[in-house]
Design a protein around this ligand. Structure first.
Ligand code: FHN
Length: 429
């Protein structure tokens, strides 16, 4: 419907850095967790959870062949899902690199896969017109100079054997910064640098984060960076490594995310399609397209993005249950995408029947919980110029039903009569 007054609370991204505006428009991306851990097929933390030594993990590298890896198929699946960008794990905590790094032998080009898998990912997603992001783990369980003894998550070093082992953490930081430089130098323009993750006192300058971010911005000035180097993006004067967007994980912030001045800040919730980021052969707990769409609508209604994860199997294929959910989400977006892309929160209070998203003077009503009778729009009396059902473009009648004057604040509200039972009772916009 067309509202006659104020714009969305994000004022069409007027006072946000230019580099983040495409992100705030596109709203939904694909997260891709893929690596050697897909062979044990018990999730990407398998080395830590099962305390697998480097030596016991090595056979997996020796059989990693990416035999059915087809990033064009991944990109087409993302497009079919309505996803506008993708973020691939170039290196996860196990330290294995999908890219041909000159700084290590622990990489895909030294496995039967025998090629730079990141290069093919970038080329494929660019050819499908999608944004390209790199996830890079600052945690590294393989590197000899990564914190040793006492590191509770490290697969091997949380034991006496490593108590007196000396490490040169600065040498690790040189390696880590060097790999980030490789990623942002060798693959053309990259849209997102997605670091993961700071913890305990391992945060900020412990990673030499200011130096790292300055290097990144010198190579790729238009890139956007998440906040997991440890910065407090909510701070009124955030550190340089605060990042460009917040990255809540498996949670939609109830009130969105604002900075210390109460201004909405860009954010992106990352969510798994099942219960694992990396491939897990036993994982059957897939979310439904309806759950994903409601999550996406909630994110956008709170000025956020949704990064929806897939975990390809050891051969490089996205599991069919994931593809099925993505296709369902894409079909909804094919019909209702105008209520997501380019939209953000409305200044109106959340209605009891669902959520609003808004784009300029267009207000989108996502009706999740409808009973009988018309839908009531608090505070919109005389402000709705016309209403259309996005799904089929049909007119919806804006009218004051009989008895409304007795049972509603008819002086400020407006009513839209939906078209009876033919509307699905689950969702529509
Ligand atoms: O430990 C990782 C985890 O494996 C996964 O990559 C998620 C995705 O955001 N990040 C870390 C957990 O917060």
């Amino acid at each position: 419907m067309q509202k006659t007054e104020e714009k969305t609370s994000m004022e069409k991204y007027g006072d946000y850095p230019e580099r983040i505006k495409w992100f705030m428009h596109d709203r939904i991306g694909m997260f891709i967790h893929w690596g050697v851990y897909a062979i044990p097929a018990r999730g990407e933390w398998v080395r830590s959870v099962e305390r697998i030594s480097n030596e016991a993990y090595q056979p997996y590298l020796e059989e990693f062949d990416a035999a059915r890896y087809d990033p064009r198929a991944w990109a087409r699946a993302a497009k079919l899902a309505g996803q506008k960008y993708a973020v691939l794990t170039t290196k996860h905590h196990d330290g294995f690199c999908l890219f041909d790094s000159a700084l290590t032998d622990y990489k895909a080009t030294n496995t039967p896969a025998g090629r730079d898998l990141v290069r093919e990912f970038v080329d494929a997603f660019r050819s499908e017109g999608l944004g390209v992001g790199f996830y890079y783990s600052i945690i590294d369980w393989h590197h000899d100079d990564y914190p040793a003894y006492g590191d509770r998550i490290h697969p091997e070093r949380d034991n006496e054997e490593f108590r007196d082992k000396s490490i040169d953490f600065n040498r690790y930081l040189t390696y880590m910064h060097g790999q980030v430089r490789e990623l942002l130098t060798n693959y053309g323009p990259i849209d997102i640098m997605w670091f993961d993750y700071s913890y305990d006192d391992m945060t900020g300058e412990k990673w030499k984060a200011t130096e790292l971010v300055r290097m990144i911005r010198s190579i790729q000035p238009d890139i956007i960076i998440d906040n997991r180097l440890g910065g407090n993006i909510k701070a009124a004067e955030p550190e340089e490594y605060a990042g460009d967007f917040h990255s809540p994980e498996q949670i939609i912030p109830p009130g969105g995310i604002v900075d210390a001045n109460g201004k909405s800040v860009p954010w992106e919730a990352c969510v798994t399609l099942n219960d694992n980021w990396g491939y897990h052969a036993e994982d059957r707990a897939y979310k439904s397209p309806k759950q994903v769409v409601r999550t996406l609508v909630e994110c956008v209604s709170k000025n956020g993005n949704l990064l929806l994860n897939v975990g390809p199997d050891a051969k490089g294929e996205i599991p069919k249950p994931s593809l099925d959910v993505l296709a369902g989400v894409g079909e909804w977006l094919r019909l209702n995408g105008d209520s997501i892309y380019g939209c953000s929160a409305s200044s109106l209070p959340k209605p009891e029947w669902g959520r609003y998203t808004q784009n300029g003077n267009k207000l989108y009503a996502h009706v999740f919980d409808r009973g009988v009778g018309p839908i009531y729009f608090q505070g919109l009396k005389g402000k709705i110029k016309k209403a259309r059902l996005l799904r089929d473009g049909s007119e919806l009648i804006v009218s004051v039903p009989w008895m409304a004057d007795r049972y509603s604040d008819i002086e400020s509200g407006a009513f839209i009569t939906l078209k009876g039972a033919e509307l699905p009772d689950d969702w529509d916009t």
